[in-house]
Design a protein around this ligand. Structure first.
Ligand code: GLN
Length: 485
């Protein structure tokens, strides 16, 4: 693995390897040799890449947007500070869809990310491999880990941006419970859904990084309180603490096995369920009836919040500034904003701004935004009805389910394997459909982990998702470990 190289040689190796992946937007200078420490730090010298929506003071943070192409943050995001304090080598910034909006990592001023995977049976040279999408929006994060250019990477996940690329590239991707990891210094897409995610080659590295970041941050107003964290972990331990599969109840939600699911995905997922069952886990068929409405609700809510967040990039206070042509009336601020925003934002971002602004207008509000919020409540209630662990954030503790509930849910992370690059339908609804299995956990704020499954020599990677009750991130990771072994 490249990540065993010294920081200096690692950077040279990345430059070479990344020429056919395009995961990196920029790289940091190698760290000066660290002062002798009496104690080894938890992430000492671990090479970690950071999605370009997360602020770093020593490198640009572009969010893959023309709007921020020259932006360098004056500070590090809390997550970056925590990684540095834990001894990590932050090697560089990683490509993504513009402001996190996308599922294929093709909406980027830096160009698309090419999936580094190549089926074991393929005989062509790696550089000439079949060009498929790395998934999005955190395609650079998944690809950098899959190509072993980083040991781990930070991503973000608003509606699936960690789990989908993890599944397409064959790496582990964790979207933690909403509010556990600080968003301070993370560029907002849709605040009520945004989470920082962790990607790595295995669960144990994912856990090491997650443990480093899983701390309360007073600078993030949505950071979960120490009390809520404590209550959730106590409830999770009461439900399943034996680390024996014999005591584990796994729910299989039938709405997550739609007819569109390809056999390529279904076969390894079924095999994984069988393996867990033969090792003692109890498999329980469950139903989450609001699932079919989640995708529409997600696109209304996320676009509404995005339209508000994108409003700050006006070319005056934030972002690229495109001056008016000489001789125009300088008091015409509207056309100055329009010029700046038409040049700075890509087509997908402009589309979301229009969608979101419309959903928030007085005429459409009740039919779109309010309806979407109601569906969000129903999705949350569906999950609470099936989990054995109570929702500690709920104001109504009667939601707590008895011993009949399940500890986790298991379902495919995506309806297909990585789609080919170049032929993608980037405008149509088809690209939004790829998120159908990941958005419900986002709407409900639940921890969700995508784990790569064993496949045949000629097949592309397939991921299975483990979803738990809010705050049960440790449970989800422990179940992931069983899937790995
Ligand atoms: N693909 C989804 C979208 O385009 C999710 C993106 C994300 O999680 N950042 O909105």
């Amino acid at each position: 693995s490249l990540t065993r190289l010294s920081p200096h040689r690692l950077r040279n190796a990345i430059r070479e390897k990344d020429s056919s992946v395009n995961a990196f937007i920029c790289m940091s200078p190698p760290p000066k040799s660290a002062p002798e420490r009496s104690q080894r730090l938890p992430l000492q010298d671990v090479a970690i890449g950071v999605k370009d929506m997360i602020c770093t003071s020593d490198m640009k943070t572009t969010s893959s947007s023309g709007m921020l192409r020259d932006f360098t943050s004056p500070f590090d995001a809390t997550v970056v500070t925590l990684l540095r304090e834990a001894g990590a080598d932050i090697v560089g910034k990683l490509n993504c869809d513009e402001f996190g909006m996308g599922s294929l990592n093709v909406h980027s001023v830096h160009g698309p990310v090419v999936n580094p995977f190549q089926p074991a049976s393929s005989t062509v040279q790696w550089e000439n491999r079949e060009k498929r999408s790395a998934g999005g929006s955190s395609g650079g994060s998944a690809a950098s880990v899959a190509a072993k250019m980083c040991s781990a990477a930070l991503s973000t996940d608003t509606g699936g941006s960690t789990r989908l690329p993890a599944s397409y590239c064959g790496v582990v991707g964790l979207k933690p419970s909403y509010g556990l990891i600080s968003r301070w210094g993370v560029i907002s897409f849709a605040d009520s859904l945004d989470c920082v995610g962790v990607m790595a080659g295995d669960i144990s590295t994912t856990r090491d990084v997650f443990d480093t970041l899983n701390v309360y941050d007073a600078r993030d107003p949505t950071s979960a309180s120490p009390d809520a964290r404590q209550r959730a972990s106590a409830a999770a331990t009461r439900a399943w603490s034996t680390s024996s599969l014999a005591d584990l109840r796994i729910g299989i939600p039938h709405e997550y096995f739609p007819s569109e699911l390809s056999d390529e995905v279904l076969t390894p997922v079924r095999a994984a369920i069988e393996r867990l069952k033969s090792r003692g886990a109890t498999i329980v068929p469950v139903s989450l009836p609001s699932t079919p409405y989640a995708l529409s609700a997600y696109y209304v809510i996320s676009s509404a919040e995005a339209s508000s967040n994108m409003a700050r990039y006006d070319g005056v206070q934030y972002g690229l500034h495109v001056p008016l042509p000489p001789g125009t009336n300088l008091t015409n601020t509207a056309s100055m904003y329009a010029r700046t925003r038409s040049v700075g934002f890509g087509a997908e971002v402009r589309k979301r701004i229009l969608l979101g602004t419309y959903a928030l207008t007085a005429d459409a509000f009740d039919n779109y935004f309010l309806q979407a919020q109601r569906i969000r409540q129903l999705v949350r209630a569906d999950f609470n009805r099936v989990f054995r662990v109570p929702d500690v954030l709920s104001s109504d503790p009667t939601d707590a389910v008895d011993g009949e509930g399940v500890d986790v849910l298991l379902h495919p992370s995506a309806i297909r394997t990585a789609p080919p690059l170049g032929a993608e339908d980037t405008d149509g609804l088809q690209t939004y459909v790829q998120d159908v299995l990941t958005v419900p956990a986002s709407l409900a704020g639940l921890p969700a982990l995508s784990v790569p499954l064993p496949t045949n020599d000629q097949d592309w990677p397939v991921g299975v998702s483990v979803v738990g009750q809010w705050g049960c991130d440790d449970t989800v990771l422990r179940v992931g470990q069983f899937l790995e072994s």
